[in-house]
Design a protein around this ligand. Structure first.
Ligand SMILES: O=C(O)CCC(=O)C(=O)O
Length: 241
């Protein structure tokens, strides 16, 4: 690792995100890519595409998200648990959000080819009493801009609620990130972020191990904050602004 852990943590606290290249080796990436390919069969992808036409799908369409989630750790897939349990990941996480943090399982996000990626959002309400989550996002293939780059606004985790505006309308200061295979990106849940549409037709996934500082209830991510409203995922409820 090129940067010291305390430098990574300082950057995370200042900018709301930090990129750590070469966290995973080629073998680890290959194992995860193989499992992803086996899971996201053409059949599964077409069933999901059809479900986007239903009422539940319409809910996610309101927020312009074209992703198919999966939790491989809860299915006992070893290569995903091995990454989650790395000692160095714990050390970095503790440096960023303190000891005794807790984690949810795993969240693979598959960006549908030709889909809209993910529009601007925050993962939870920017409310200091409720607290925040942190995304620990792994990329096991190079992500080019046209595959669905990640876009973030540095320091926006300190700026309250994301302003109203278009799903993919630029925000001043935004930074486009094209992570290389093996990278880890730590991203504060209040930091304004989006995933560009996948124009390339190439498979584009992120593997996320979300975590929460001590005392923060994991249910904070039950409400996604978008520029046009809030998504209450469990209830399937959209509160538009
Ligand atoms: O898939 C990504 O790169 C980002 C995921 C994301 O935006 C999220 O989990 O909130």
């Amino acid at each position: 690792m090129r940067m010291q852990i305390h430098e990574l943590a300082e950057q995370f606290k200042r900018d709301g995100f930090v990129i750590i290249p070469d966290f995973l080796d080629a073998k680890e990436c290959a194992a995860m890519n193989q499992a992803v390919a086996a899971h996201y069969t053409a059949e599964r992808r077409s069933i999901e595409a059809a479900s986007h036409q239903t009422e539940a799908g319409a809910f996610m369409q309101a927020f312009a998200c074209d992703v198919i989630p999966w939790d491989p750790v809860s299915e006992g897939i070893a290569c995903f648990s091995a990454v989650k349990n790395k000692a160095i990941l714990r050390q970095i996480t503790e440096a960023c959000i303190g000891p005794a943090y807790h984690e949810s399982s795993s969240l693979v996000m598959y960006s549908c080819t030709g889909g809209r990626g993910q529009s601007w959002h925050q993962d939870c309400l920017p409310d200091a009493e409720l607290g925040f989550n942190v995304n620990r996002l792994f990329y096991t293939r190079d992500v080019r801009e046209e595959d669905g780059a990640v876009v973030v606004v540095p320091n926006s985790h300190t700026q309250g609620r994301i302003p109203q505006g278009g799903h993919h309308e630029s925000i001043a200061g935004e930074q486009i990130i094209c992570p290389k295979a093996g990278s880890l990106v730590l991203l504060h849940g209040w930091c304004f972020h989006r995933v560009l549409p996948n124009y390339s037709g190439r498979e584009r996934v992120s593997i996320n191990y979300r975590c929460f500082p001590q005392g923060v209830d994991a249910s904070v991510t039950g409400v996604g904050v978008y520029r046009n409203g809030d998504a209450y995922f469990r209830q399937g409820l959209a509160k538009m602004r």
